[in-house]
Ligand binder design. Sequence first.
Ligand code: ADP
Length: 555
Amino acid sequence: MNFITAKKIGRNRLLRWILLMLGLVAIIALTGMNVFSLYDIRERVTESESERQLKKAEEITTLVQSEIYQPFTKLLNIDNQAEESLQDDGSLSKTLEKIFIDLADNPYTSSIYYTPASKDPCEAGTSIYYFNQSDRKMETTQDYSSLVCDGVGLIRSATRIQINNFDLRWRSMIEFDAHRSMNIGLINLTENRVIGYFTFILNQEAIVEKLIAPLIYEYFGGIENDGTIVWLHDHRKDVVLASNNSSVDFSVDLVDNRVRFPRFFSDWILKVAFLNPPITSAYQDTFRKNIIVLGFAVLFLVGSLLFMFYTAQKERELSMRQAGFLANVTHELKTPLAVMQAAGENISDGRVTEPVRLKKYGAHIYDESIRLRKMIEKLLDVAKYDAGQTLVNQKTHDLKVLVDSYLEENSEFIESKQFELEYSFENNTDFMIWVDSDSIDTILGNLIENAIKYSSVTKKIELKLFEDDAQVKLSVRDYGVGIKKSELKNIFKKFYRVEESLVAKTKGHGLGLSIVRNLVLLNGGDITVDSEYGSGTTFTLTFPKLNPEEIKNYS
Ligand code: ADP
């Protein structure tokens, strides 16, 4: 029967461990999964956010190109009349005049030149045409920008290649000279020859100030945007021409992406840094909060699981102790009853008549009934304490008087067990405390009973009454078997008996010290134990000392 129960308990315990482990694994797996997916989402959000920002930068470059390129497209539509329309005196046909006026008003160009194919603007003293905006006509000039030589040089080679390859899909060619000028070659398709070259000097400053910088600001915000920084960087000269947030200095290390301008402005690059994009930082915030909440949830769950497990374990221990106690107490109740029953039967049957035997049988009945009473009293004490019904009738008492009266009643019993009692106390001192005298009787009774039960060779009990500033103390010392350090924390538990005491077959139910502790606490005191295994044990009771003022008030 016992075996089956133990097996069952063992199985349940294993099951509980398995369930606990499964629960923990589930929690950890769930947390891990959450953290991983949050991390994954974060990566994706950051990535798509970066892509979005890059698209914006690309949009800027496309916009800049079309904004600058657009006015010149009109020139692509002029026909062969152009040659005739550029008269030697510099007067223009109406169509060309309108185009030039428009282009001259364009804030991104500063001046317009025309070089006939026969002339070389790189030769000093060459006179070429120059568009005079105020007179709205072409004039010849020898004083022109050196950029014309560079630009015409470029466009000339380009048109030559086109003509030689017979690849004349375009009537005119548009070429750029590294941001400084736009050059257009006019080709006569029927005769397959170049007529001349237009050179438009670009106003770089205006392009940066009036076009690119406002666009960067419009697309990426200003100083308040410390997440995405965009610099317009001239990589050949290594200068920053514009930026949306001047508070962050340009550094190659910061740059995450580069966006080039399509077709022209090859020296200029939009360099983008993602320092702390708003979405990512908002995300990181949520991510951090999630982790904290998750962490607490896990801690809480693990904590409650462990707590549940711990309390279940404690309850199991208690119920096992209770079961052991029940078996023990049943036996203990039956034995005195059986003795009393047999003795009573013998007397009532008239089988025992001699006075000596009668006395002996009577003494048996008396002793056993005392044992029974004590046991029942203990049980009742525990039950009352558990139900919160233990009553203590506290009064002002001198602890010495209470100890004296206990010894008066019990020293005979102690001596009968061949124990030597050593009682010491400080003279001329009263040990006034606020306690219930019956409680002190019970406490002393249990401690002395234990001292007797758990002593073997040295049969000696020392009672010592002393005090310090605020406390009255009473110690009960024996030279018995002692208690192992590991057991000290258990001995005050209800139904707890040290394994060795069980083996040694000392009678007991594990209730005495639990009752003692309950009563000490109810009387406002404290109990400590100090023991050396094999050498003996000392229990010390401590009660708050009453000062004269309190003694007067309480009496
Ligand atoms: P019990 O009925 O077993 O004596 P107690 O609650 O009085 O129950 O004591 C609990 C356990 O503490 C005992 O089983 C015993 O092992 C240990 N114990 C108590 N007093 C002493 C002592 N004076 N010396 C050694 N062991 C003791």
